[in-house]
Design a protein around this ligand. Structure first.
Ligand SMILES: CC(C)(COP(=O)(O)OP(=O)(O)OC[C@H]1O[C@@H](n2cnc3c(N)ncnc32)[C@H](O)[C@@H]1OP(=O)(O)O)[C@@H](O)C(=O)NCCC(=O)NCCS
Length: 395
């Protein structure tokens, strides 16, 4: 019998629930590692395809392995016609994260491996999910703008093909590389809320698609992946603001949050944010845009205000600078969180496989926490059922 421990109201911070070999964070030092490799090295030298292979299989692929993996992904990009047909019928103002989440079970229905419970079948499902989520996001964006979805271009890299299917124009090399780096930086992050949601769902022996749909739902919230869109909203609001420190102070005084700052694990600057900040600077300088300067001013004012309040650990996270970066790439605000999802799906699928195939001592058979019941209670036999005409509202 497990010892009963209460971790109520902690949001499970600091509670270890399983072992993982996929990624590691040192929140004090600002270190993030995927399968032993530092995020800085991967962002500098690797590609998203290589990183997805690393997360899923545990090793950086050799040349032949790399080509074979990328070929599988490129060949799996097409989404089923019935899904495109469904997308055409959905309300044009539907939120892209809802569309993406709703599309996942529709993709599941076309997957020949759905009922296979082996590691190989799950690896093939992961490839299809990584290949197809970007195609769904791009198809939805075109359909809602009354444009025809475009077929994928097998000659283009993962990031370049997404931008092509989205905008109908092949991106320049630098933009495609920047997006590829963004995908690397967002690919995994240990037991964050959406990854835990995926793992919790598949711990019931549900299939990978059920887990990924849950992950998308969790990611959509503004305290998680939805924060990048909220950062952009904040920056757009600040475009003509003269007194940014005053605005930041006022916002905190009202008890509101500065989106894109603070993290449940990092107590220093998120290492991914450093990269995104550099990228925002590069893009802004190239295009003569204000977004990097504006974001830096908000960062500076936020850091000063948090320091004054004794909260020096609240610093920019991954969402803070990814918002201006995507904005300068011509990505609409409501597609910023879906882009997070098309990267994180590689981490989710890796965690699903780990959850399904880990040794028994590395994870529970099924996640099943409990809550303290603080509701109505009339004793062990329960309250007396009252017919409608005798019912009175209880406080
Ligand atoms: C991500 C986040 C939920 C992590 O929070 P946490 O440190 O685990 O825990 P809490 O949410 O309880 O915050 C702790 C305290 O810091 C404050 N705080 C944390 N982040 C803040 C922010 N961005 N703006 C203002 N206050 C913040 C909270 O209000 C709370 O203050 P209190 O102790 O006076 O009540 C939080 O930093 C946040 O909401 N950030 C903005 C949303 C965001 O960018 N999310 C993406 C994360 S990658």
């Amino acid at each position: 019998m497990a010892q009963v421990v209460s971790v109520k109201n902690t949001g499970l911070r600091g509670v270890t629930v399983a072992d993982t070999k996929i990624s590691f964070i040192d929140g004090e030092k600002g270190v993030l590692i995927y399968r032993g490799y530092r995020i800085e090295d991967l962002a500098e030298h690797s590609t998203f395809m290589e990183v997805a292979h690393l997360l899923l299989n545990g090793n950086l692929p050799e040349q032949k392995e790399s080509e074979a993996f990328e070929k599988q992904v490129r060949e799996a990009r097409e989404i089923p016609e019935y899904l495109r047909e469904s997308l055409r019928k959905w309300p044009k103002d539907a939120k892209p994260m809802d569309v993406l989440q709703a599309s996942v079970p529709l993709l599941a229905m076309a997957d020949p491996d759905l009922l296979g419970d082996g590691r190989e079948a799950n690896a093939r499902m992961a490839v299809r999910l990584i290949a197809r989520l970007p195609a769904v996001v791009a198809a939805w964006h075109r359909i809602r703008n009354r444009l025809e979805p475009l077929p994928p271009d097998r000659d283009l890299s993962h990031a370049a093909n997404f931008l092509y299917q989205l905008h109908g124009k092949k991106p320049d090399e630098e933009t495609a590389r920047y997006l590829d780096i963004c995908l690397i930086l967002h690919a995994d992050h240990t037991f964050n809320a959406s990854t835990f949601a995926c793992r919790e769902v598949v711990s019931t022996r549900a299939h990978m698609y059920a887990g990924v749909a849950a992950g998308i739902g969790a990611l959509s919230g503004s305290l998680h992946g939805g924060a990048n869109a909220e950062v952009m909203k904040m920056l757009l609001e600040l475009e003509s603001e003269k007194d940014i420190p005053g605005w930041v102070k006022g916002r905190l005084e009202k008890g509101e949050r500065i989106m894109g700052m603070g993290h449940a694990v990092y107590k220093t600057m998120d290492p991914r944010a450093k990269y995104l900040k550099q990228m925002a600077k590069g893009l802004a300088e190239k295009a003569g845009e204000k977004w990097h300067d504006l974001s830096s001013q908000v960062e500076k004012a936020g850091l000063e205000e948090f320091r004054r309040r004794g909260k020096t650990e609240i610093q920019p996270n991954v969402d803070f600078y990814s918002a201006p970066v995507y904005h300068m790439m011509g990505i609409p605000r409501d597609l910023m969180t879906p882009i997070f999802a098309i990267s994180r799906v590689s981490g989710w699928c890796s965690h699903v496989i780990e959850e399904k195939f880990a040794e028994a001592q590395e994870k529970p058979a099924l996640y099943r926490p409990q809550a303290e019941y603080v509701g109505n209670y009339c004793g062990l036999l329960g309250c007396e059922y009252e017919p409608m005409d005798r019912r009175q509202k209880r406080q």
